[in-house]
Design a protein around this ligand. Structure first.
Ligand SMILES: Cc1cc2nc3c(=O)[nH]c(=O)nc-3n(C[C@H](O)[C@H](O)[C@H](O)COP(=O)(O)O)c2cc1C
Length: 232
């Protein structure tokens, strides 16, 4: 029986969220073809996930220096235990669906915090003799469903670039355009790869701020999600 963890970084209702609508289509198809699958949801906006603040940072230093867990303060023990429970839950699953909107060319900060927690040295990855991270998670797979207002695909960017280049304000517009992009997806992909999860697919529900294209892109993302889910 496969164990699927759905990790959602969205504070809003599904009714207004394209990433969550595509995730729902994915999960419905997945459940239809895998009726015995165990599906667990993690709502990152309501997850008690302690930050690496001064308390946690000093606890890391203590443990790395060979100090005992029992010698940490109650506050440090509690924070580390909560973080460990998140890591344990992640390791205990074998398939992952990440769901997030694009916010400021990336994703909500709660997702970065989650990725930082699960990317745990000696638990989900370790450094080899060359100092490179090597994944410790085997035979796992992930899908990242992301929705954005704009379109950052290479094809769209090439089109926008040529339109902007011909505009009278090209000199001031192009430098800004060139730094825009989807900086979130590579972080999700890299974090998963570091942990050994290379079976990875990205479903991008782009152009949702463009009324002429949004419904078409959403429809095609829904179909893509259903297709991936039936053989995943
Ligand atoms: C706080 C915030 C920041 C956003 N930043 C971006 C952005 O940098 N680039 C972009 O293309 N769209 C941006 N958007 C638009 C959303 O990505 C878009 O509405 C998308 O559909 C959100 O996913 P959802 O439909 O699942 O909520 C932003 C929206 C919000 C609310």
């Amino acid at each position: 029986m496969s164990k699927l963890l759905v990790i959602t970084a969205h504070p809003g209702a599904r009714e207004y969220s394209k990433s969550q609508q595509v995730a729902e289509a994915f999960l419905n198809s997945y459940q239809a073809t895998n009726p015995s699958a165990q599906i667990t949801h993690v709502d990152l906006f309501n997850l008690d996930a302690p930050d690496v603040d001064a308390t946690v940072y000093s606890a890391f230093g203590h443990l790395m220096g060979g100090g005992a867990f029992s010698k940490l303060s109650a506050e440090q023990q509690s924070a580390l235990s909560k973080r460990q429970a998140i890591i344990d839950q992640f390791i205990a699953h074998d398939k992952y669906v990440f769901v997030a909107p694009m916010w400021e060319f990336s994703f909500p900060a709660v997702l970065k915090k989650y990725l930082d927690i699960i990317c745990a040295a000696r638990q989900t990855f370790q450094y080899n003799e060359f100092g490179l991270p090597m994944g410790l998670l085997k035979n796992k797979k992930a899908v990242f469903i992301q929705a954005s207002g704009g379109n950052y695909t290479p094809e769209a960017r090439a089109g926008f670039r040529s339109i902007l280049a011909a505009a009278p304000q090209a000199e001031s517009l192009l430098p800004v355009f060139e730094v825009l992009g989807n900086y979130g997806e590579p972080i999700v992909r890299a974090t998963l790869a570091i942990m050994g999860i290379l079976d990875y697919q990205h479903i991008m529900v782009h152009s949702q701020a463009m009324p002429d294209y949004a419904p078409l892109v959403l429809d095609s993302a829904l179909i893509q999600a259903q297709q991936i889910a039936t053989t995943w």
